[in-house]
Design a binder for this molecule. Structure first.
Ligand code: NAD
Length: 258
C-alpha cells in the first residue's frame, strides 16, 4: 500500500457480488486511501452488496438502474452533495442488455430490442455518468474508467451484440477523452481477458473461451480480478497523469497473438 488515492473521492458502479471486477477495484482503491460511493442495480443485488459496502466503510450507496434517467440524475446529484461537490474518479463496470438467445448463434439474428438495450446499458450509461459527474469534476479534473472486452475488436463466437456494443464503448472513450481533456478529466478503458463473473456466465460456451484464452495467451494463464484492479489504480491515480483515450489490455498479451 502506498496511499496513491489518499484524498480522492469517487463513484463505483457495477458491483453485483464479491466476484465482480468492480468490487476488486473498490477494495484496491480503498486500500490506497480513496473514499468510495457505490451504485447498485436493484433490490435483489442489494442483499449481496450492502454487507460488502458496509464492510468496506463506503461513504454511501444508492440503488440506480441506469435505464432510468430520473433516478440517474437524482442519485448522481445526491452523491455529488455527499462528496462535497468534488468527484475525483468514476469506475463504470456495467454491461447488459442482450437476450439469452442473442448471446449464442449468429449476430445476424440479433433482435431490435436486444440491440437497443445493449447499447443503452453498456454504452450510453458511460456517457451519461460523465455528463452527470462533470459539474463535480470540472474544477479539479479527474479520471474515469470503463471495462471493455476484446470482442469489441475482433469476432468472438457468441459475443455478438455485446461485441458491437463494446466497439461503440471504446469509440465513446476516445470521443469523451477529447471532450474532457481541456478540463483535466481523463477517460480510459481496461480490456481484461475473460473472467468467470455473473455477467460472463450469460455468454454461451464461456468455459471454451477460457480454455482457448489460456492456450493462446503469451502468459499462459487466466486473468484475475485483482490484476485488473491494479491497472485500474494506475489509470485512476496520478501515475497516469498524461494518459487518456486509451484502451489498456490486461490480458496477458492475448490480443497480440495471431
Ligand atoms: P458483473 O456481473 O459482476 O457486473 C456487471 C454489472 O452490470 C452488475 O453489477 C450489474 O448489476 C450491472 N448492470 C447491468 N444492467 C444494469 C442496469 N440496468 N443498471 C445498473 N447496473 C446494471 O460482471 P463483471 O464481469 O464484473 O462485469 C463488469 C464489466 O467488465 C462489464 O462491463 C463487462 O462487460 C466487463 N468485462 C468483463 C469480462 C469478464 O470476462 N468477466 C471481460 C472483459 C470485460
Amino acid at each position: 500500500m502506498s496511499d496513491l488515492m489518499q484524498g480522492k473521492k469517487g463513484i463505483i458502479m457495477g458491483v453485483a457480488n464479491e466476484k465482480s471486477i468492480a468490487w476488486k477495484i473498490a477494495e484496491r482503491l480503498k486500500e490506497e486511501g480513496a473514499e468510495l460511493s457505490f451504485t447498485y442495480q436493484n433490490e435483489e443485488i442489494a442483499k449481496k452488496v450492502i454487507p460488502l459496502f458496509k464492510e468496506i466503510e463506503a461513504k454511501s450507496y444508492h440503488k440506480l438502474d441506469i435505464t432510468n434517467d430520473q433516478e440517474f440524475e437524482a442519485v448522481f446529484n445526491e452523491i455529488g452533495r455527499e462528496l462535497g461537490s468534488e468527484v475525483d474518479f468514476i469506475v463504470h463496470a456495467i454491461a447488459g442488455g442482450p437476450s439469452r438467445e442473442d448471446l449464442k448463434g449468429k449476430y445476424l439474428d440479433t433482435g431490435r430490442s436486444s440491440f437497443l438495450r445493449s447499447m443503452e446499458i453498456s454504452v450510453y450509461s458511460y456517457v451519461k455518468a460523465l455528463q452527470l459527474a462533470y459539474p463535480f469534476m470540472k474544477e479539479k479534473g479527474g479520471a474515469a474508467i470503463t471495462l471493455t472486452y476484446y470482442g469489441g475488436e475482433k469476432v468472438i463466437p457468441n459475443y455478438n451484440i455485446m461485441g458491437v456494443a463494446k466497439a461503440a464503448l471504446e469509440s465513446s472513450v476516445k470521443y469523451l477523452a477529447a471532450d474532457l481533456g481541456q478540463d483535466g478529466i481523463r477517460v480510459n478503458a481496461i480490456s481484461p481477458g475473460p473472467i468467470l463473473t455473473r455477467a460472463a456466465s450469460g455468454i454461451s460456451d464461456f468455459r471454451d473461451l477460457l480454455r482457448n484464452f489460456k492456450q493462446k495467451s503469451p502468459m499462459g494463464k487466466l486473468v484475475k480480478q485483482e490484476e485488473v484492479a491494479a491497472s485500474a489504480l494506475y489509470l485512476l491515480s496520478d501515475l497516469s497523469a498524461m494518459v487518456t483515450g486509451e484502451i489498456v489490455h490486461v490480458d496477458g498479451g492475448f490480443n497480440i497473438t495471431g
